[in-house]
Design a protein. Sequence first.
Length: 137
Amino acid sequence: MISLPKLSQLDLATSTRIWLASQPADMRCSFDRLAELASSVTGEDPLSGHLFLFRSRGGDRLKILYWDADGYALWYKRLEEGTFKLPKIEEGTKSVQLRPSELAMMLDGIDLKSVKRVKRYQRKKDSKEGAGGIKRE
């Protein structure tokens, strides 16, 4: 039987973390200044290989900084229409960690403030249960 991965499995498939700075950044900033910002707003090492996202004041531009084995790489996108819809960020928070699925939704134009995860059933694991939920004595 073919099984498709769940979003939670996709989100856990990588050790790369994704950090979004909560305050807008000056889009004129380049590698070194963005690396300084990444360190100061997340407390993480910009050489770690994690992704550090910075948005413009207008919300129509996004820069992603990451370390790529032998130097910084910078991904930059400007929307011709509309803005990037960010997740809810509590006041006073410098940065928020995103899941890969949330980054994909944000880049696809999905408003993360309106996305709600609904409660799902999870069977409780009992140490006395064997395969198929059969109790062992």
